[in-house]
Write a protein that binds this ligand. Structure first.
Ligand SMILES: *[C@@H]1O[C@H](CO)[C@@H](O)[C@H](O)[C@H]1NC(C)=O
Ligand SMILES: *[C@@H]1O[C@H](CO)[C@@H](O)[C@H](O)[C@H]1NC(C)=O
Ligand SMILES: *[C@@H]1O[C@H](CO)[C@@H](O)[C@H](O)[C@H]1NC(C)=O
Ligand SMILES: [Zn+2]
Length: 420
């Protein structure tokens, strides 16, 4: 009887100690998140607005919307201080209406910020993020997910920058005329360019000149390496996890993690179950393992959050929506992360990368825009006209026409020569 009582007491005490330390770490997490902004690299709410409501924002209430991972009350609870909203359109728009569809996604992000001015603030610089944080609003940045969205056009890239786009993911899950994507590593698509073409490398330098971040989530391993060698500014992986923990081609291998550290870039951990455990199920602790691994291999200065909420079909137990970030922060505290390491991962790493990209932009301010179009033969498709390019078909036509003319002339000259 006594033994049982003592045992019961132990259990109660243990439960008390356990829950109180749990609460303690959650409290500490919330305090840290009030001091340093949480900036997430990738959220697909705009694509949900497209697919669920055809972008009719007036018919949606972002306070009560509950079929998505993301709504405003969840954002507040999750202390989400900065978000790169994805202006994503699927690969089957490539060579069709990708540019229009992307502009519509950029437009819906702008309209979302206008419709909820107390909650969102459009942000286009590192300073904007800090200003929004000071006002308790979610800094809303725009990232275009997939090179197909710019239709191989420097002018389109620059125009999107003007509209506030601050990163371009070089590919989504399809090759572009200038870059391979991760599917070539999984063998389900053939290698087309062996990485980046010359135009692809020029695009990266143009992004450096503009101050647009180069995002390497979704690209092939060869593109990761070449982009890291080409970029003059730090790069990002906006939503990718660690390959050593889950060997999926969307994740980042250790040797690339080390190059990202040298580059002073960042890998923002994707929460998608299939990229976390390589299985259909995962939990919060599995996600923390990816944070730990990246920290171990490349340092706490190289890691960040890139949840991919509303872009994936399954998320880990304990991280069901954007309200749960503080629980993940608490788990990292439980695993012994220092407050400085936590604040770096939350947002200071991303701010450093962004500021560095802005410095590179300022340093390159005398460089002229790259106005050399992609070679026409690399973008031949039925939905593209060739205005501006030298009229190649008519030149060829003239040549084929002029050959007999030349022969005839020569024959006439030799004929006249005989007579003279
Ligand atoms: C979600 O919202 C709908 C419509 O507002 C409501 O009927 C439903 O009960 C809500 N579900 C949850 C889980 O809150
Ligand atoms: C900021 O937002 C949090 C979470 O909603 C709230 O508790 C806090 O009072 C707000 N602070 C200010 C200064 O508005
Ligand atoms: C999370 O899942 C892993 C297996 O992936 C398991 O070992 C671990 O016990 C789980 N943790 C929790 C807190 O459920
Ligand atoms: Zn993605």
């Amino acid at each position: 009887m006594n033994m049982l009582c003592i045992r019961a007491l132990y259990v109660v005490l243990w439960a008390f100690v356990f829950t109180s330390t749990t609460n303690e770490q959650k409290e500490q997490a919330l305090r840290l998140m009030a001091e340093a902004p949480l900036i997430d690299g990738h959220n697909d709410l705009p694509w949900q607005l497209k697919s669920l409501f055809n972008n009719k924002l007036e018919s949606v209430d972002l306070y009560t919307l509950n079929s998505t991972h993301t709504n405003i009350p969840k954002i507040k609870e999750g202390r989400l201080a900065g978000q790169f909203w994805a202006a994503y359109v699927p690969c089957d728009t490539q060579y069709k209406d990708a540019v229009r569809q992307t502009l519509e996604q950029i437009d819906v992000i702008h309209r979302m910020c206008h419709r909820y001015p107390e909650d969102f603030m459009l942000a286009a610089s590192s300073q904007d993020i800090m200003d929004a944080f000071a006002q308790n609003k979610t800094a809303s940045l725009i990232g275009v997910e997939g090179g197909h969205s710019i239709d191989s056009s420097m002018g389109t890239l620059r125009s999107m920058y003007q509209l506030g786009v601050r990163y371009l993911t070089l590919t989504h899950s399809c090759n572009t005329p200038w870059s391979d994507n991760w599917l070539v590593d999984s063998g389900s698509e053939p290698v087309q360019h062996n990485g980046l073409t010359d135009f692809g490398k020029r695009l990266i330098r143009e992004m450096n000149r503009l101050g647009m971040l180069v995002d390497l989530s979704h690209v092939s391993e060869q593109v990761m390496r070449q982009a890291l060698d080409t970029s003059e500014a730090p790069v990002i992986f906006s939503h990718s996890s660690a390959y050593a923990i889950c060997p999926h081609e969307r994740n980042v291998p250790d040797h690339v993690l080390k190059k990202v550290e040298e580059n002073k870039g960042i890998v923002m951990v994707n929460f998608y179950n299939n990229y976390i455990t390589c299985r259909p199920t995962a939990n919060l602790s599995d996600v923390a393992d990816h944070f730990e691994h990246i920290k171990k291999v490349a340092g706490s200065g190289t890691v960040g959050f890139g949840g991919d909420y509303d872009g994936v079909t399954s998320v880990p137990t304990g991280l069901g929506d954007v309200s749960k970030y503080p629980d993940l922060v608490a788990e990292l505290l439980r695993r012994g992360w220092t407050e400085d390491e936590i604040k770096d991962a939350l947002g200071r790493n991303l701010l450093r990368v962004f500021k560095d990209a802005e410095k590179v932009r300022d340093r390159l301010s005398k460089r002229t825009p790259d106005d050399l179009p992609i070679p026409l033969e690399q973008v031949q498709n039925p939905c593209r006209t060739d205005y501006g390019y030298p009229a190649q078909t008519s030149t060829a036509g003239m040549l084929s026409l002029s050959a007999p003319v030349v022969v005839l002339t020569l024959a006439l000259i030799s004929l006249f020569a005989k007579f003279m």
